[in-house]
Ligand binder design. Structure first.
Ligand SMILES: [Zn+2]
Length: 246
């Protein structure tokens, strides 16, 4: 039995996403019996995700995926960047949340949660666009009853402001195994540019036995907060400066 566990995470799920690419993803996941974590945007206003005509039964469809064993996370609110704040993780120079007041962030997150709830989808998992959040985001999420964040660049899970943060080091397919619990972030709409689909197919074939659902994945040990913080800074520095210029 392998020590490693992988979680597949699909971002940017919204009514106007690229449905052809997403359907390919579902077919592949079904073939390997994989139940991913999917990041649903409550009220998408990102023009980059306005790809296909709006799916009118979107929320029904999401509920069907939940029944199938997929786990839903709330992914941002509108998926639109409002500030140039890097937030805690610091991988991106733009954010939907970081830098805004606590009250403003609370309102946005509350509204997002309400939209999901009114459409019959409840979740206590969150991740922000571009890994960008600050202390106020985490405080507001905690106040609103969220418990899990799929984010951070440490090697181990972290416990912060009443939330459990499950790190998410790689942007896409991991080349090296960093940590024992590894989140693989997928953007099906990017498959039109380069064929990440084939890459994912090969990955699933190779790691089928190690890929778990969120319920199993979240049962991972929590690391030391200070140690995680230091590792996170090192990982982000490496990814920003060294990897980029190699
Ligand atoms: Zn996104």
């Amino acid at each position: 039995m392998s020590d490693y566990k992988y979680l597949l995470r699909f971002d940017d799920i919204c009514p106007t996403m690229d449905w052809n690419q997403w359907n390919r993803a579902v077919e592949l996941l079904d073939r390997y019996g994989i139940k991913p974590l999917i990041g649903v945007i409550p009220s998408c206003a990102d023009p980059k995700l306005n790809i296909n005509p709006e799916r009118s039964d979107f929320w029904q469809y999401i509920k069907m995926l939940q029944e199938k064993g997929y786990t839903v996370a709330m992914h941002g609110f509108e998926h639109v960047y409002r500030t140039k704040n890097k937030g805690i993780v610091g991988v991106s120079k733009q954010s939907e949340f970081a830098g805004l007041s606590y009250e403003k962030q609370y309102k946005m997150l509350e509204e997002g949660k309400k939209i999901l709830h009114e459409n019959g989808v409840d979740t206590d998992i969150f991740f922000a666009p571009s890994h960008s959040y600050d202390r106020n985001t985490l405080k507001a999420l905690n106040e609103l009853g969220f418990q899990w964040i799929s984010d951070g660049k440490g090697l181990k899970a972290d416990y912060y402001k009443g939330l459990r943060l499950l790190p998410c080091i790689n942007h896409a397919m991991p080349k090296k195994r960093l940590g024992k619990y590894i989140t693989v972030v997928c953007h099906a709409n990017e498959w039109t540019k380069k064929d990440g689909f084939d890459e994912l197919d090969v990955f699933c074939k190779e790691h089928q036995k190690e890929i778990v659902d969120f319920v199993t994945f979240k049962q991972q040990p929590v690391g030391n907060h200070i140690f995680n913080f230091v590792v996170e800074k090192m990982v982000v520095g490496y990814q920003r400066y060294i990897k980029k210029y190699r």
